[in-house]
Write a protein that binds this ligand. Structure first.
Ligand code: AHR
Length: 494
């Protein structure tokens, strides 16, 4: 079977914003404690951060990290986690039924971000708290000096402002599970007022309003429209969240999860632009896909007030890695409107990096498509319109077997084609017309493929790694290569 498409630099979608290479650190399970922070670990630095996790974060190529939640943020009192550690209260975290020690707070997180070379993306509590606490947090983080909160920051050791520019106005406020969840109207009004106050403290913020927690929410669409009607002038982004898993062993649909992500993006774009038209606005709201991943467990697995329990430590399979790759394809092909994204989460909790307390850190299967897409998916996203065979899926009907996207780096002229073969069993020949590209030659084909249920473990960390395939053939202006069944690949041209 064969699929075909044309690569042409004239078919430019938009520049891939580096901030789509984001991740997420929540006070949940072992993401913070035992993940980024473990002061007793032999590889911890003088601030208690695990060097091995910092190294893997840098290797992954993450640019932005969202913090501190997640559902956690909707009950969070950020002031608990500043100042001398010995005086910080231990609190019940109602979101995850965990005991929060507050050893890590915004100052430590900002310090970790500097070490990791990432920009922080901070969320404020719009569940149990509101305008005053959010404005105070911006003052604590960003005001240079001479005010109560900025002087307190200096007193606690951070003389220079943290200068956090990207802020989420709450988290999943549409979800009934959220502490103090709200109607779209109530949230919209609160988000608007909070945004105004935060901008009065620091006018240079970029603000994200909460969209829907997933596309199957009964309020999806209506929520975005109403929230944006209240907040359009004071926010820059609307958020999207999605988690995928194979349902009842339906791997055909699972491999086509990108179809659903594409649809959700298109629908949120349409809704945001509807509000733009209704308000006669010249401003365009972009999308922040600030939680996405494969996630197996259901919320309900929470702990009974333990400190840093091992929650949601999904072990990712080869099939999961292929799906993660195809979700990255969706983000890249929407580069014109999805200009921020965070895979959830970075370490231990539904994460590409797993650590053992006191022991090693290793790469899960999903680490590999992320690293490759982050490294090579730079520059401009190019529109590709494949034709070819289809596969049947119970959930999405007949879908193209090939899921492809491409990028062209205008600085180097390098191209990358990202391709998922959605068939569980059949290889796929791909024929790419590159006649519009001058002097291009294939350099590499790396593929993530193999046994569907294979996983990396601490004892077998390299079971799933990208494998070099035959370098594609260039003949008569066409590049040809074969995709293994159930695979995600990057094909590089220079
Ligand atoms: O990422 C895990 C959780 O998923 C987050 O806390 C929440 O926002 C979402 O439901």
């Amino acid at each position: 079977k064969q699929a075909k498409f044309t690569l042409d630099p004239a078919f430019r979608i938009g520049a891939v914003d580096p901030r789509v290479r984001g991740s997420f650190v929540e006070h949940l399970g072992r993401c913070v404690y035992g993940g980024i922070y473990e002061p007793d670990h032999p590889d911890a630095d003088s601030d208690g951060f695990r060097n091995d996790v910092l190294d893997l974060t840098r290797e992954l190529g993450v640019t932005t990290v969202r913090y501190p939640g997640g559902n956690f943020v909707s009950g969070y009192q950020w002031e608990d986690a500043i100042g001398p550690r010995s005086e910080r209260p231990r609190r019940l975290d109602l979101a995850w039924k965990t005991l929060e020690t507050n050893e890590v707070g915004v100052d430590e997180f900002a310090a970790w971000c500097r070490k990791a070379g990432v920009a922080p993306m901070m969320a404020v509590n719009l569940g149990t708290r509101g305008v005053q606490e959010a404005a105070a947090l911006v003052e604590y983080c960003n005001h240079p000096a001479g005010s109560y909160w900025s002087d307190l920051r200096a007193k606690y050791g951070a003389k220079e402002p943290h200068d956090i520019k990207i802020w989420c106005l709450g988290n999943e406020m549409d979800g009934p599970w959220q502490i103090a969840h709200k109607s779209a109207r109530d949230y919209g009004i609160l988000a608007n007022q909070t945004a105004k106050a935060m901008r009065l403290v620091d006018p240079d913020l970029e603000l994200v309003a909460c969209g829907s927690s997933h596309r199957r929410m009964a309020t999806f669409g209506a929520w975005e429209a109403e929230v944006l009607e209240h907040t359009y002038n004071v926010v820059d982004y609307i958020s999207l969240h999605s988690y995928y898993k194979p349902k009842d062993g339906d791997f055909a649909s699972f491999l086509a999860s990108g179809v659903e992500m594409d649809a959700m993006i298109d629908e949120v774009v349409a809704t945001a632009d509807f509000v733009k038209a209704k308000l006669r606005s010249k401003k365009t709201i972009n999308l922040s896909y600030d939680e996405w991943n494969v996630w197996y467990h259901e919320p309900g697995d929470e702990s009974e007030w333990a400190v840093a329990p091992a929650l949601f430590q999904d072990q990712y399979t080869l099939a999961d890695a292929v799906v993660v790759g195809s979700l990255l394809n969706s983000l890249i092909r929407h580069a014109d409107r999805v200009t921020m994204a965070c895979f959830a989460q970075l370490v231990n909790v539904i994460a590409p990096i797993t650590t053992v307390n006191g022991g090693p850190a290793y790469r899960q299967s999903t680490f590999h498509p992320m690293r490759l897409a982050f490294q090579y998916g730079v520059g401009d996203a190019l529109r590709v319109e494949p034709t070819g065979p289809e596969v049947e899926t119970p959930e999405y009907g007949s879908v193209p077997q090939l899921d492809a996207t491409a990028t062209l780096d205008p600085e180097t002229g390098d191209l990358a084609v990202f391709a998922t073969n959605r068939s569980l069993t059949e290889p796929l020949q791909v024929d790419v017309d590159v006649r519009a590209l001058k002097d291009v030659r294939p350099v590499e084909h790396l593929s993530v493929h193999g046994e569907r249920d294979a996983v990396n473990t601490v004892d077998d960390q390299e079971r799933i790694v990208p494998r070099a395939q035959d370098v594609p053939v260039l003949e008569d202006g066409r590049v040809r290569f074969e995709l293994p069944p159930m695979s995600w690949s990057v094909v590089r041209l220079a």
